[in-house]
Design a protein around this ligand. Structure first.
Ligand code: CA2
Length: 148
């Protein structure tokens, strides 16, 4: 059975490639989706790629992933929750409550940035955490989830 990978992107990541290229690079979110699609195709995985600026929408997608997880049809969730990483108990509860295997991803090295980016509500409930690989991190994350 072909398993599904959810790649979920939080607030402001729709701006990728348009501003702050020194921090987030020059590639757009559409470019990132294409990289993920190619990586998934290489591993025989189905891709669900989404971005939302709304916390509740991200939670709804995690719940959807949870339903696939319950049927044994989920490879994993790759989540770049953006700034919600540092604020959202609701996202943490959704990850914990659904039991999905989740890789927390950040484009930048959050530990080399402001102190408020050093704490994540999500890391304690994530299976793995990656940061600082630029948008190439999404490809590495798909490769990792393909081994789960
Ligand atoms: O490094 C990451 O991927 C972050 O999750 C990005 C978040 C930030 O709040 C986290 O601390 C680290 C911000 C996403 C904003 O994305 C933009 C992209 C281009 C231009 C402006 C914002």
């Amino acid at each position: 059975m072909q398993k599904t990978v959810f790649v979920l992107n939080g607030p402001n990541l729709n701006l990728l490639g348009t501003r702050e290229p020194q921090v987030y690079g020059a590639q757009t979110l559409a470019d990132v989706e294409q990289l993920c699609a190619q990586a998934c195709a290489r591993h025989g995985l189905q891709l669900r790629f989404h971005q939302s600026n709304h916390e509740g929408q991200l939670i709804d997608w995690i719940h959807e992933a949870g339903q696939l997880h319950a049927r044994g049809a989920l490879a994993g969730v790759i989540l770049n929750a953006g700034a919600y990483t540092h604020t959202s108990i609701a996202l943490m509860d959704a990850i914990k409550g659904t039991g999905v295997a989740l890789l927390e991803l950040h484009i930048s090295n959050v530990f080399a940035r402001e102190a408020f980016r050093h704490h994540s509500y999500l890391s304690p409930v994530a299976r793995a955490v990656m940061c600082g690989f630029g948008v190439q991190g999404y490809v590495l994350a798909v490769e990792a989830v393909a081994q789960w």
